[in-house]
Design a protein around this ligand. Structure first.
Ligand SMILES: [Zn+2]
Ligand SMILES: [Zn+2]
Length: 350
């Protein structure tokens, strides 16, 4: 398996961000990413801009939202697009179906969203009776800040020193995901929702949560069966295949890069499952987690909670109970525990 690290969910000045595509690519180079996936609101930018640009696999997709919805919400990351799906913005099920018809993926963006003292606006997913979407954006880096910004001065602190505040996905979102995982395989991704907004406080006018800041934070790591080749069509397909299958994990890179993370399951007959896979069969299965530096490892069975925990760089757990098993790794940094790694699930099928 080959590991690539990318940032998903970002906005240029063509919707409500402030930068150009070139600014995103420059920041991605500095952050040493392998790929980025653009997602401007309700527009599909010219996809002739896709390709390996300055060493970054640059993919152009959309975030589709119904601007008339009151209260607002239902933002959907539509990935692997070939045609603009903005005409379906007011019909979430029609949108999901239209994206799937063109072989694309739909991830519900910031499905659980929380207001803050300065900003009551929230954009949660609302239409939960939709079917056939790919998965969820488990951790939206930007959403987390709203509740922390309790005053304008505090907002400034949050904007410039986000690592002192950032903790992890909302607990309610993790719980929601566990509920979804008990129903069907549900891949998860992390999104930065980078806008590079400009903050104004009196005479101060500064860009905060820059693209670079965001690209050094919540990233999504994918596993591919063969190395990326430099060919856009082949590599694009590999990235979406990994994301759509859930052969991926979310890494919070302000804590540390997580290229050394491994999580797999092995059955008694030697069959091995990676994240996103289903493992069929009888008898005990060994679940193994490995890290390249110590952390607080939690193995979670969706619906049951933590079934094993270990401080260190390795965890092994044998079980014959079917279910969706996933891993969280936490580390104490800047005075409190920070979510470092959130894996996709391995599905043990009895
Ligand atoms: Zn959004
Ligand atoms: Zn967004």
């Amino acid at each position: 398996m080959h590991i690539y690290r990318g940032n998903i969910h970002m906005h240029t000045r063509h919707s409500d961000g402030t930068g150009e595509v070139e600014d995103l690519i420059a920041a991605a180079r500095k952050a040493r990413l392998d790929f980025i996936i653009l997602s401007d609101h309700n527009i599909l930018l010219d996809q002739s801009g896709e390709g390996w640009r300055q060493g970054i696999l640059t993919l152009i997709d959309s975030e589709i939202n119904d601007d008339d919805l009151q209260p607002p919400g239902n933002h959907c990351l539509t990935l692997g697009l070939r045609h603009d799906v903005t005409p379906h913005a007011r019909d979430p099920q029609g949108l999901i179906d239209a994206v799937r018809d063109q072989g694309g993926l739909t991830f519900l963006a910031h499905p659980i969203d929380k207001p803050g003292p300065l900003s009551a606006d929230v954009y949660p997913w609302q239409t939960w009776n939709v079917e056939g979407y790919t998965g969820v954006e488990l951790w939206n880096f930007m959403s987390e800040f709203r509740p922390y910004a309790t005053s304008k001065a505090q907002a400034l602190l949050v904007g410039f020193f986000p690592h002192y505040f950032t903790t992890g996905p909302f607990p309610e979102m993790l719980a929601k995901w566990d509920t979804l995982l008990q129903g069907r395989p549900t891949p998860a991704i992390g999104g930065s929702d980078a806008h590079a907004l400009v903050f104004r406080l009196g005479p101060i006018r500064r860009r905060f949560l820059s693209y670079l800041n965001c690209f050094r934070a919540v990233n999504t790591y994918i596993l591919t069966r063969t190395p990326l080749t430099g060919d856009l069509a082949l590599d694009r397909a590999q990235v979406y295949e990994a994301l759509g299958h859930g052969r991926a994990w979310i890494g919070y890179d302000r804590v540390a890069p997580s290229h050394g993370f491994r999580f797999h399951a092995e059955a008694g007959d030697g069959a091995v499952a990676q994240m996103g896979d289903q493992l069929h069969g009888q008898g005990p299965v060994d679940l193994t987690v490995r890290l390249d530096r110590p952390g607080h490892i939690r193995l979670i069975r969706a619906g049951q909670g933590v079934v094993a925990a270990q401080q260190g760089d390795r965890l092994r757990f044998a079980t014959d109970r079917p279910g969706a098993y996933r891993v969280e790794v936490w580390m104490t940094r800047w005075g409190k525990p920070r979510g470092w790694i959130f894996s996709n699930a391995i599905y043990l099928v009895g």
